[in-house]
Design a protein around this ligand. Structure first.
Ligand code: NAD
Ligand code: DAU
Length: 349
């Protein structure tokens, strides 16, 4: 079947894996990757597929409603997979407005453009909004987020994502726009930008720098390998029920300190260093303001309704991730030069 799918944020961490999954798996689809190439967007992530005949890159900013409408008019996508976002919680604490602009206004611009070009009928059309488990707020020591958990965002990032989720549902309820949402737990894997915990620690171990652990390190996250997230998006985009949300996760909770210790163990082994070497770099630092204690996803719905299963264990996924970073030193050098250093100094020194 021929289709045109517009993927936003396709040059970012998760977006690049989604673009690759679709370009390779669906040669009869035209895949349009729309991305503004902010600090987090990097076309090096897509070098291996950039010359495929079913792939097109469009540099555009979703906060510009006119440009977005022009892109939709030109390419006439029948599906949208929306990943473009400001994604880092710490940056949302220092600059919340950027998160409102891209995550809220940008999402509404895309919804308006889809509604306009699909005004003659919604048959065969779909707007897939990619969101986060952070919209549900924080869990205490027990319990899991289900699709029915009440929204309770705490950070400017999660508040902006919650708002965008509400707009997506509002366009479904008000105008009948065909939508699906996915709310996923923490991703890790190749191409992860080193402002996030796992790639930041990999980079710092390689450079013999401190591994900053916020607060007491007992905060808990539920980690999913990024390629498994891309596979979940493929399933929900094609088979999810119109108007529904699906939580995506791997039942894989780790306290930050235990995760960083496991990372140190695997890094020492791969780098041929005596066990315990990297662990000495662990440094407890000032806590993140409003830090959510625990996230954990109940992925029963996507498993039972769509047959979704993650393909790797955490130990395997982490090993693949470290191997990728060790094999791609140039990628890491490029993304950690220039503005990254300024960000790092401001955030950690
Ligand atoms: P990322 O920060 O790595 O990439 C974001 C991409 O969006 C970049 O390519 C960037 O250039 C692009 N972008 C940013 N602002 C834009 C704008 N105004 N116009 C056009 N493009 C713009 O993010 P990520 O970690 O890959 O996350 C992708 C999506 O998945 C986000 O919506 C995020 O909320 C969601 N999500 C992320 C995680 C995670 O663990 N990283 C988990 C669940 C959900
Ligand atoms: O849960 C999904 C979310 O996961 C996504 O929606 C976000 O886009 C993504 O960034 C991620 O958010 P987190 O804030 O959980 O990820 P981060 O890697 O920034 O932090 C993971 C945990 O590690 C968190 O408890 C904060 C802690 N941390 C983070 C950094 C960067 C540290 O202890 N030290 C650090 O230097």
């Amino acid at each position: 079947m021929e289709r045109t799918i517009l993927i936003t944020g396709g040059a970012g961490f998760i977006g690049s894996h989604v673009v690759r999954e679709f370009v390779i798996k669906y040669p009869s689809y035209q895949i349009i990757n729309l991305d503004a190439l902010t600090y987090a967007g990097n076309l090096e992530n897509l070098k291996d597929i950039e010359n495929k005949s079913n792939y097109t890159f469009v540099k555009a900013d979703i906060t510009d409603a006119t440009v977005i409408m022009d892109v939709f008019q030109q390419y006439q996508p029948d599906g949208v997979i929306h990943l473009a976002a400001e994604s880092h919680v710490d940056r949302s604490i220092t600059d919340p407005t950027a998160f409102v602009m891209t995550n809220v206004i940008g999402t509404v611009n895309l919804l308006n453009a889809a509604k306009e070009i699909w005004k003659d009928g919604f048959e065969g059309k779909r707007f897939h909004h990619v969101s986060t488990d952070e919209v549900y707020g924080a869990l205490r020591e027990t319990g899991l987020f289900t699709e029915d958990t009440k929204y309770d965002p705490h950070s400017p990032y999660s508040a902006s994502k919650a708002s965008s989720d509400h707009f997506v549902r509002a366009y479904h309820d008000t105008y009948g726009l065909p939508i699906v949402l996915t709310n996923c737990s923490n991703n890790y894997g190749p191409n992860h930008f080193p402002e996030k915990l796992i790639p930041l620690c990999i980079h710092n171990i390689l450079n013999n720098k401190p591994l900053p652990i916020y607060g007491n390190g007992k905060y808990t996250r539920d980690w999913l390998f990024v390629i498994d997230h891309a596979k979940a998006i493929d399933l929900v985009f094609h088979n999810g029920k119109n108007g529904d949300s699906y939580n995506v996760g791997g039942f894989n909770e780790w306290q930050n300190i235990d995760l960083v210790k496991e990372l140190c163990r695997q890094m020492d082994e791969k780098l041929g260093k005596p066990e315990g070497t990297s662990m000495q770099l662990i440094t407890y630092v000032k806590d993140r303001p409003g830090h959510d204690l625990r996230y954990a996803i109940d992925a029963t719905k996507i498993n039972q309704e769509l047959g979704y299963e993650p393909s790797v264990t955490f130990e395997q996924g982490l090993s693949k991730t470290i191997d990728w970073f060790l094999s791609n030193p140039n990628w890491l050098d490029h993304v950690t030069s220039g503005d990254y250093q300024k960000y790092y100094d401001k955030q950690y020194n």
